[in-house]
Design a protein around this ligand. Sequence first.
Ligand SMILES: NC(=O)c1ccc[n+]([C@@H]2O[C@H](COP(=O)([O-])OP(=O)(O)OC[C@H]3O[C@@H](n4cnc5c(N)ncnc54)[C@H](OP(=O)(O)O)[C@@H]3O)[C@@H](O)[C@H]2O)c1
Length: 243
Amino acid sequence: MQDRRTIVITGGAIGLGRELTRIYCEQRHRVFICGRTEVALEEVRAMHPEAVPVCADLGDPDGRSRFLDAIHEQEGSVDLLIHNAALQFSHNFADGCTPVERIETEVLVNLLAPIELTTELLPLLGQSSEGRVVFISSALARVPKKSAPVYCATKAGLSNFARALRYQLEETSTRVTEVVPDLIVTRMAAGRGDKALSAFEAAQKIVSGIAKGENEIRLGRVPMLYALHRILPDLAYRILKAA
Ligand SMILES: NC(=O)c1ccc[n+]([C@@H]2O[C@H](COP(=O)([O-])OP(=O)(O)OC[C@H]3O[C@@H](n4cnc5c(N)ncnc54)[C@H](OP(=O)(O)O)[C@@H]3O)[C@@H](O)[C@H]2O)c1
């Protein structure tokens, strides 16, 4: 067994986060997770004594505080913080009836919560000899699709935040990784594409990239998409527009 580390995974009870939680719990690390779905959190608690599930909505300041309080109560460093939780809503700004509350929730959960949690947990990450913050972004940060403008904007923001944070932490012991997934078979990607990765496969690649200390982990067809975007950007935009 490796040294027991303290790991924080937002949205760690469902989808990709669930697989990350499983892998790190099987390695016997202590894993703090949050989410809104009590039953999913309880399932994780029942299967993994190493997990510390906290029912918390990251779109709500009280939820963010509750999650942070649970992490601070453990009185130790944080070795790995994975910003995984996110929401994706379809919007059509052309039809003039985009609910503002949905926009707000998407921005809060996908962008503001990771920035706020990072700010609050940097001191604990700094206490670790090899602290790392991981942001799960998306290829849509670079090549957006038509149906989810707010999601694409939040992921572009997250991606840029990750890079700028990496610059700022260069002289510290805390490292920053951005993960750019391909489509993954989860609730978020339901019914889209037959070339999707399984959550298990994606999580394994992420854990392995983190262990190697990679700054950026591009999954599946993302390297190809980014190369196409560099050479023929209009073609890349056309392909992803209707994704
Ligand atoms: N699936 C894909 O094809 C794909 C592609 C590129 C990037 N990604 C990224 O990969 C990450 C994982 O997504 P996924 O595919 O696993 O999606 P998912 O199955 O929908 O899971 C999303 C996770 O986020 C949590 N979450 C959502 N809203 C929350 C809130 N307000 N407060 C706390 N937790 C919240 C969910 O838990 P609750 O519902 O219980 O709150 C769940 O654990 C996301 O960052 C996503 O943007 C996914």
